[in-house]
Design a protein around this ligand. Structure first.
Ligand code: UDX
Length: 445
């Protein structure tokens, strides 16, 4: 067993294919976008992810190849479907690309070879069954005997994707087909060997449970963040200190210290989409996950709470200018899709403010998605702060710690800072004369 194929050269497909190529498998990534195909074959990445491009460079042309046709399916032992599943307006996942991929795979399946087809994309519960029926229809082959579909969700965090794929906490395999189960185990064996035995938990279950594990995990993390963000609001009312509250809570190993960092809310390409899909599924089956619904509402409220904090400090925003530092949903990514920044900036503009923005990597994507917004894009944090009435840090990029804060203080019209990640050095900024405000740090004196 040695031939791996990944359909889709987006985020999940790029990272997954590179990982299997680095493990020594002959890996072909298939994408309709010839530009992406050329980039991979030239040793380049079409997206930013720390460490990804150097690794593509190492394996491209050796074990990693990119093409635009489905021909390699014939030789494949395992085919990963890694295409996008964006949200439809009703919150459900759009399976157009998954269905298209399944059709093409079905047409190319080799009748003389048992092939395992794996759903790696985040797909609604029941998609393994859907893909199975499309493959049967297109190939005329018999599921379970000629091929089998497995759910193997990805748990990659942007910014840490290579670490997550090469040293995962868990590998979840959902199938009831014994042959596919064995093939998946063989595939992952070198990865398990790379890590110490107790580090990677290899967990086998049925396809539906595996599909649900992905959604239930992401929604749980979103609930956890929304919870600490609401606790932070209460801290402000009570004059308590949320970093200490979070630390004290996290000391309980049943709770854990991760994902208790306050923010202006969660966003990104996964949490909003996955919570919406899980909620829609729960409604569809008459078993509403009201806690997920509450987390979504709390999250939007958190974005708006940050706007309220600014208004409380600066009053009427008409004629005022605000600098926003950070447009991406978290640091170390250029991903500025549906971020907190979009909601917060739109609201500030609605209230009459002029906006300066800076982000080390996210400005091209943000401006492409928000071309209608009258925003001044700046080359540095210092430039963004020039003459503004307030500065809001939304994303905790490491580089913002090292800004010339003295210069910024002197150049701002009014030295108000809202640090929504409690990330900057409050004491130093206050000594410089800033009116520093965080989230959940007690009342602003
Ligand atoms: C997430 C999951 O973590 C990952 O397992 C899954 O495969 C994809 O979705 P990702 O979207 O890359 O990964 O980002 P993550 O690091 O989880 O952060 C999501 C959002 O929550 C970001 O906006 C982040 O800033 C925010 N966040 C995270 C907080 O506000 N507080 C925290 O304590 C942690």
């Amino acid at each position: 067993m040695k031939n791996v194929v990944c359909i889709g050269c987006g985020y999940v497909g790029s990272v997954t294919s590179v990982a299997f190529a680095a493990l020594g498998y002959h890996t072909v990534v298939i994408d309709v976008d010839s530009n992406k195909v050329e980039m991979i074959n030239a040793g380049k990445s079409s997206l930013y992810e720390p460490g990804l491009e150097p690794l593509i460079q190492q394996v491209s042309g050796r074990t990693l190849f990119a093409v635009s046709t489905y021909e390699p399916i014939k030789e494949a032992d395992i085919v990963f479907i890694c295409v996008g599943t964006p949200s439809l307006v009703d919150g459900t996942a759009d399976l157009t690309y998954v269905k298209m991929a399944a059709k093409q795979i079905g047409m190319a399946l080799n009748p003389g070879k048992f092939t395992v087809i794996v759903n790696k994309s985040t797909v609604p519960v029941g998609t393994a069954d859907l893909v199975t029926s499309i493959l049967e229809e297109e190939s005329g082959l018999q599921a379970e005997q000629d091929f089998a579909v497995v759910s193997n969700p990805e748990f990659l965090r942007e910014g840490f994707a290579l670490e997550d794929v090469m040293a995962p906490d868990r590998i979840v395999i959902g199938t009831s087909n014994e042959r596919a189960r064995k093939q998946m185990r063989l595939l992952y064996e070198p990865l398990i060997q790379l890590n110490s035995a107790d580090q990677v938990v290899y967990f086998e279950t049925d396809a539906k449970s595996a599909e649900l594990i992905k959604y239930a995990s992401n929604a749980f993390l979103a609930v956890k963040i929304s919870y600490i963000n609401e606790v932070a609001k209460l801290c402000e009312a009570l004059n308590a200190h949320v970093p200490d509250v979070a630390k004290g809570m996290g000391l309980d190993s049943r709770i854990g210290s991760k994902f208790l960092q306050v923010s202006s809310g969660w966003s990104g390409s996964c949490f909003p989409k996955d919570t919406a899909e899980l909620l829609a599924t729960s409604f569809k089956y008459g078993s509403e996950l009201s806690i997920v619904s509450a987390a979504i509402t709390a999250n939007l409220n958190m974005h708006l709470y940050c706007v309220d904090k600014i208004v409380r400090q600066l009053g009427d925003l008409r004629g005022k200018t605000i600098a926003i530092l950070g447009l991406t949903f978290k640091p170390d990514t250029d991903d500025a899709r549906a971020t907190q920044a979009t909601v917060i900036i739109r609201k500030l503009i609605e209230l009459g403010a002029a906006i300066h923005v800076h982000d080390p990597m996210g400005m091209p994507m943000f401006s492409a998605l928000n071309g209608d917004l009258p925003i001044t894009y700046c080359n540095s944090g210092e430039e963004a702060a020039q003459g503004v009435d307030g500065l809001v840090l939304l994303t905790h990029w490491e580089c913002y710690i090292k800004l010339d804060w003295q210069k910024i203080f002197l150049s701002m019209r009014h030295p108000y800072i809202l640090d929504t990640r409690n990330f900057l050095d409050k004491k130093t900024l206050q000594e410089l004369g800033f009116q520093y405000d965080g989230i959940g740090l007690g009342r602003l004196s």
